[in-house]
Design a binder for this molecule. Structure first.
Ligand code: PMP
Length: 383
């Protein structure tokens, strides 16, 4: 068994060997620029991009023309929110989002506030869910955008996206969802979910880092944020990252075939780990709603334990507190704080996220290790 056991799949996933194999020829053998229209090198690259675009589109039940490749979900979120605001700010300047969104949403909204946007940050209840009534209460005639993440990166809670999209549409607002943590884990059907703009990232679904997409429903207009050669039908300039795009396409194709059985397997493992901790380690509880959530992760608070020491002592499992994107700071997770946890409880919470390569033995090991470390810490604190 490779130590430390990797239980941080929400931070990133390893590239699946099948994805890597598909990508390799596109670095030096077929190196053409997909925008080169005058020779075989360019046509070959363009064909690979077209194929990947179809794979992504099929997986999300959208039209390939609706796929805009970006450098990842951070860029996709920026493009969605800033791009929409630029187009629609004449009609209205009101945006609705949620206080537990990823920083790539929250900071983008803060940025737009400097440019006149009026942003409402909905506060979920202590289980992480937003009620439809809450959303209905703040919708206005001048609301141009509602942005709600599909599944939370820290606690995995899944929002009632379809119903929220319907509500947003009732006032003529566009509905965006950051589905970075949901794509490849649960079925995301953009069409039947009623989503107009959707962000995703390859490195969360066994593809490479530095590539993602914004899906832009036909008829929704956004202003491009990167000016230049007019790639991606004028929505995102920049020479296409052909190996990355091929990798994202393959990752989607694999997920489409394997997601259902993989999620069932991971849910069993997650439940065993979670139940094991809850029943064998006293003073623990799960953060967030346990019914409406992703199947492969749990976020558990170990009360009366020093969070920093806990992480330092857990040498043989790789887990995180809060999200990796804010792990440079020593502040407690703002998501857990919004749910009502104290600073100490937030520091003492672990996100355990499993993935495609997690084994039964690893879960047995992780459970034992976590139990022993917490027991030792608690005994130590009594001395
Ligand atoms: N949104 C969510 C929900 C995420 O979890 C992440 C990655 N932590 C991002 C956006 C940013 O994605 P990327 O790393 O592709 O920029």
């Amino acid at each position: 068994m490779r130590l430390p056991v990797y239980l941080d799949y929400n931070a990133t996933t390893p590239v699946d060997s099948r994805v890597l194999e598909t990508m390799l020829p596109w670095f030096s053998e077929h190196f053409g620029n997909a925008a080169s229209r005058t020779h075989l090198y360019g046509w070959t690259a363009e064909e690979a991009v077209t194929n990947a675009r179809k794979q992504v589109a099929k997986f999300l039940n959208v039209n390939p023309k609706e796929v805009v490749f970006t450098s990842g979900a951070t860029e996709a979120n920026n493009l969605a929110i800033k791009g929409l605001f630029e187009k629609k700010s004449v009609r209205g300047k009101h945006i609705i989002t949620v206080a537990t969104e990823h920083k790539a949403i929250l900071d983008t909204c803060h940025h737009l506030e400097e440019w006149g946007a009026e942003v409402t940050y909905l506060v979920p209840s202590s289980d992480g869910l937003i009620s439809l009534q809450q959303l209905a209460n703040v919708l206005r005639k001048d609301t141009i955008l509602v942005s709600v993440m599909y599944a939370n990166n820290e606690i995995g809670v899944i929002q009632p996206i379809r119903e929220m999209a319907t509500l947003a549409h009732s006032v003529g607002a566009v509905f965006h969802s950051d589905a970075t943590q949901a794509v490849g884990k649960v079925t995301v059907d953009m069409h039947s979910d009623g989503i107009d703009l959707l962000s995703l990232s390859a490195h969360k679904l066994y593809g490479p880092k530095g590539i993602g997409a914004l899906i832009v429903k036909q008829g929704i207009e956004i202003s491009q944020q990167l000016d230049g050669g007019g790639h991606e039908r004028g929505r995102r300039s920049g020479t296409l990252n052909v190996p990355g795009i091929v990798g994202l396409g393959k990752a989607c194709e694999i997920a489409q075939k394997e997601m259902k059985s993989e999620s069932e397997r991971l849910k069993l493992l997650r439940d065993r780990l979670e139940q094991g901790i809850l029943s064998q380690v006293p003073h623990t509880f799960v953060n967030g709603n346990i019914a409406a959530r992703l199947p492969h992760l749990t976020n558990i608070c170990f009360e009366d334990v020093d969070g920093e020491n806990l992480l330092l002592s857990l040498k043989d499992v790789a887990v995180s507190t809060g999200s990796a994107c804010t792990s440079a700071s020593v502040l407690p997770s703002y998501v857990l704080k919004v749910l009502g946890l104290t600073d100490d409880q937030a520091y003492a919470s672990l996100r355990l996220s499993l993935g495609r390569f997690t084994t039964d033995d690893e879960i047995t090991f992780a459970l034992q290790h976590i139990k022993e470390v917490v027991e030792q810490m608690r005994v130590g604190s009594l001395m």
